[in-house]
Ligand binder design. Structure first.
Ligand SMILES: [Zn+2]
Length: 123
């Protein structure tokens, strides 16, 4: 895992940019402003020609975490929902609690924080 400092962004949007932001947020049906930023970065990142990791964190939601697997079809990768339930992370794609997607999800700092708050042990 990367030991780099997290990037913190405080942003105030007004006028047209704020309207566009709200339009994007509504289109994607997202609740959190931060998820809009994450999705925008993920979408753009897919379009730029750089070497990328196989698995990427897309967003965190009430159900669990959304992970993108670039090794799976369709060509630009497949979104995989990892569900959190009673201290376990379950992959909807592999239908298991023990695959590379759940391993990846449980290593994410945001996920570790959720497990810590809920008093669950992440392996
Ligand atoms: Zn999996």
């Amino acid at each position: 895992m990367s030991k780099k400092e997290p990037i913190r962004i405080a942003l105030t949007l007004e006028g047209d940019v704020a309207k566009r932001f709200e339009a994007v947020k509504k289109k994607w049906g997202l609740e959190a402003n931060t998820d809009v930023i994450r999705m925008l970065i993920t979408q753009y990142y897919d379009q730029i020609p750089i070497e990328r990791p196989t698995l990427e964190h897309v967003n965190l939601n009430d159900l669990g975490v959304l992970v993108k697997d670039h090794s799976l079809e369709p060509p630009q990768g497949r979104l995989i929902q990892i569900y959190f339930r009673e201290g376990k992370a379950r992959c909807e794609y592999d239908e298991t609690e023990n695959c590379r997607h759940t391993d990846f999800a449980l290593e994410l700092p945001e996920v570790r924080e959720i497990f810590r708050k809920k008093g669950w042990k992440s392996k």
